[in-house]
Design a protein around this ligand. Structure first.
Ligand code: SAM
Length: 257
């Protein structure tokens, strides 16, 4: 049965019948992080997973019959080959394709993609991939973006809101000592009004302020404090950079109150 494993798919021996044609598949398990992303993919989606080094997400979602079609896009040859191999061994080649290319360049109009996932990269890189895709009309027809930045969440929220996307959900989770945020966005009728705090911390995450959120931002205070201490050791005068770090610490403390 589907369970929890490390960062990708488990290679253990449990088998199950996939929905299509009674084919036998190794039931391979997603990490908690990718499982959470998978939970936001609507039934019958036509998915493009950009930066899909082993095509885990597309393969499992196809095996579960969640997606009717999926693309695994990869810019690096080695990971692209792993993705192609995984698709073959998972027996989902009728519905999943691996394509070698930069970002959303791999998406063709005829793919009719309506959901895009971009996971496991910095928020800055994800924003750049989205912007390049937007300029090449690759986002036309895409109804939902599911994004898992490893950092730079603020930049990514700014790109989304700045391009008239509405963040419809957000979640924060911890796995193997790392904390991840997942952002789900859809095209909005009108631009959203976001405060600076919401860009930095996330509107939904701010409303909830759960334990993982508190853990993430408490660790950020410690990091800022360490930086501040090192700066102050180097010079006694309070300079502009130090003041910025102090302001950041105070902002986080205020949020965590
Ligand atoms: N998405 C998977 C996950 O979350 O487990 C893989 C994450 S892995 C850390 C990031 C992958 O994105 C790498 O395989 C890298 O080659 C790929 N990548 C980075 N920039 C890319 C781009 N512009 N277009 C396509 N793939 C890219």
């Amino acid at each position: 049965f589907y369970g929890i494993s490390g960062r990708g798919l488990s290679q253990d021996s449990t088998t199950s019948t996939s929905g299509k044609g009674g084919m036998r598949l190794n039931i391979q398990q997603l990490s908690v992080r990718l499982e959470t992303v998978a939970g936001f993919v609507p039934k019958n989606a036509r998915l493009a997973d950009i930066g899909s080094d082993h095509a885990y997400l597309p393969c499992v979602l196809a095996a579960r019959d969640v997606v009717s079609y999926a693309l695994a896009g990869e810019v690096v040859k080695g990971p692209f080959e792993s993705a192609a191999e995984q698709i073959k061994t998972s027996g989902v080649g009728d519905r999943v394709s691996a394509r070698l290319g930069d970002g959303m360049d791999v998406i063709e109009t005829t793919d009719d993609i309506n959901v895009v996932t971009i996971c496991g990269m910095g928020g800055d890189l994800i924003s750049k991939i989205l912007e390049k895709g937007r300029l090449k009309d690759k986002l036309v027809g895409v109804e939902r973006l599911i994004l898992q930045p490893n950092n730079g969440e603020k930049k990514l929220r700014e790109w989304l809101i700045g391009h008239q996307y509405k963040i419809i959900d957000e979640t924060i989770l911890e796995e193997n000592g790392k904390i991840y945020e997942i952002l789900v966005a859809e095209k909005a009728e009108s631009p959203e009004n976001y405060t600076d705090l919401e860009y930095s911390f996330g509107r939904f995450l701010l409303q909830e302020k759960n334990d993982i959120f508190r853990k993430k931002w408490s660790a950020e205070i410690d990091k800022c404090q360490y930086i501040l201490d090192s700066m102050q050791k180097a010079s006694n005068d309070l300079n502009e950079k130090e003041q910025q770090v102090i302001n950041k610490i105070n902002e986080i403390k205020e949020v965590l109150k």
